[in-house]
Design a protein around this ligand. Structure first.
Ligand code: PLP
Length: 393
C-alpha cells in the first residue's frame, strides 16, 4: 500500500482526500448506529435524523431548501437522473442541448439517448474554452427538453457563465441542468434565484466519501425519479440510503462552505506560482484555458514534444499523481475531447497534463512537483530528440 505521506497528490479533480473531520462524523454510522432510516423505531430515527441534518448542510452549500436536495450515488447518477427526468416529464420533447466539453457522464448518457431516438446538439467552445452563447441560444428548439452545461470544466477549470446560460434557457422556456461537480467548494453556488432547475453534485470531489452525491431539484420543477422501488428520498430516489456516506457528504459540504473564501486565495497563489515556475524552467509550454475565467484549483499544461502517457509513467515513479485530461480518460487511446473541442493541434493534445489542487495541497509538495515535472519533461524531450551524428574520423 502506498502511504499518502509519500505521494505528491495533484489530482484533486479526480478525487480528494477525505477530511479527517468527515471520517470522524461517519464512523458512528459505520459502527454503532446502523439502523435503517426508513424504520419506525427510534434506532432508525437516529439514522434518519442524521440524513436530514446532512441534507440541511448540502442545501446550505447550494443556497436552496433541504427539500430540494435528493441524495444519489454520485455525480454520474445525478446527471442521468436530471436528463431522464427532463425527458420523461415532457414526452413531446426529444431534443437535448449540451456542451461539447461536458464530462463523459453527460456525453455518454447523451450518446445512449441518441441511439434511442433523441436528438442531441453539442455546443462548441473557442480556443480559450469559452462557450458560444449565441450558438447555444440558436440550438434551442420547440422540442428541446433540457439544456445541460457544466459549471466548471474538470480538465481545464474554465468556468461557464451559468447565470447567463440559465437565463437563456429560462427565456426560451427550456429546463436547465448544470453539472456542478467541479464547482462545489470552488465557487459560491447560489441556486436561490430559481433559474437553475437541476444541479448535480458529488461528495468525493469536496473531501467527502466516494459513491454519494446529490441532485438539486428546484421545487417548482416537475420531477420523475430514475430509480423506483421504495419511498426513500421523498419518493424521488429509491434504495436504502448510504447513511454513513450521506453523513460524510453533509460534513464535507459544511467544511467546503466554511473554507471557500479562506482557501481560494491561497490556492490561487499556489497555482499561479506553479504555472509561473513551470513556464520559467521549461520551454515551449502553454496553459490551456489561461485566457478564460478559471477556478484556481486546476492547471492544464501542454508541454511541446512529450507524450502525456509517457510523462505519467515517469511522474508515477516519483510518486507525483496527476492526469492527462481527466482520470476517466486514463487508459483510453483517445486524447481529451475537451482540449480537442478547444481546437488544440494534435501535438499539444497528446502532450497535456492536468494538475489539480485542494485545500490539503501544501507549498512543499508544489515545490517538489515543479522540480520533478521540469526534470521529467527535460528527460522525455532528450529521449525524443534525434541523436547527434558525429562527422569525420
Ligand atoms: N462531472 C464532472 C465534471 C466530474 O468531474 C465527475 C467526476 O470525475 C463527474 C461528473 C462524475 O462524478 P462521480 O464520480 O461522482 O460519478
Amino acid at each position: 500500500m502506498i502511504e499518502p505521506a509519500d505521494i505528491i497528490y495533484l489530482d484533486n479533480n479526480a478525487t480528494t482526500q477525505l477530511d479527517p473531520a468527515v471520517v470522524e462524523e461517519m464512523m458512528p454510522f459505520l459502527t454503532r448506529s446502523y439502523g435503517n432510516p426508513s424504520s419506525g423505531y427510534s434506532f432508525g430515527a437516529q439514522a434518519r435524523d442524521a440524513v436530514e441534518l446532512a441534507r440541511e448542510l448540502v442545501a446550505a452549500l447550494l443556497g436552496c431548501t433541504p427539500g430540494e436536495v435528493v441524495f444519489t450515488s454520485g455525480g454520474t447518477e445525478s446527471i442521468a437522473t436530471a436528463i431522464t427526468s427532463a425527458l420523461q416529464t415532457q414526452n413531446d420533447r426529444k431534443h437535448i442541448v449540451a456542451t461539447a466539453v461536458e464530462h463523459s457522464a453527460t456525453l455518454r448518457f447523451c450518446e445512449r439517448l441518441r441511439e434511442e431516438g433523441c436528438d442531441i446538439t453539442l455546443i462548441g467552445v473557442n480556443e480559450a474554452g469559452e462557450l458560444d452563447l449565441d450558438a447555444l441560444n440558436a440550438a434551442i428548439r420547440a422540442d428541446t427538453a433540457l439544456v445541460s452545461a457544466m459549471w466548471v470544466n474538470n480538465e481545464t477549470g474554465v468556468i461557464f457563465p451559468i447565470a447567463k446560460i440559465a437565463a437563456i434557457a429560462r427565456e426560451r422556456g427550456v429546463l436547465f441542468h448544470t453539472d456542478g461537480v467541479q464547482a462545489a467548494g470552488k465557487l459560491p453556488l447560489n441556486v436561490r434565484n430559481g433559474a437553475i432547475n437541476f444541479l448535480s453534485l458529488s461528495a468525493h470531489k469536496i473531501h467527502g466519501p466516494k459513491g454519494v452525491g446529490a441532485l438539486f431539484v428546484d421545487r417548482r420543477t416537475a420531477f420523475r425519479p430514475l430509480l423506483v422501488g421504495g419511498e426513500q428520498e421523498n419518493s424521488r430516489r429509491a434504495g436504502t440510503e448510504n447513511v454513513a456516506a450521506i453523513v460524510g457528504f453533509g460534513k464535507a459540504a459544511e467544511l467546503a462552505a466554511a473554507a471557500l473564501s479562506r482557501e481560494a486565495e491561497r490556492i490561487r497563489t499556489l497555482r499561479d506560482w506553479f504555472e509561473a515556475e513551470i513556464a520559467a524552467r521549461v520551454s515551449d509550454v502553454s496553459i490551456n484555458g489561461r485566457d478564460a475565467q478559471r477556478v484556481p484549483h486546476t492547471s492544464s499544461i501542454s508541454f511541446r514534444g512529450i507524450e502525456s502517457d509517457a510523462a505519467l509513467i515517469m511522474l508515477d515513479r516519483y510518486n507525483v499523481c496527476c492526469s492527462a485530461g481527466s482520470a476517466c480518460r486514463t487508459g483510453s487511446p483517445e486524447p481529451s475531447h475537451v482540449l480537442r473541442a478547444m481546437g488544440l493541434p494534435d501535438e499539444r493534445l497528446r502532450a497535456s497534463l492536468r494538475f489539480s489542487f485542494s485545500r490539503f495541497t501544501r507549498d512543499d509538495q508544489v515545490e517538489r512537483a515543479i522540480e520533478i515535472v521540469t526534470r521529467v519533461v527535460r528527460d522525455l524531450r532528450a529521449l525524443n530528440s534525434p541523436p547527434l551524428v558525429s562527422v569525420g574520423a
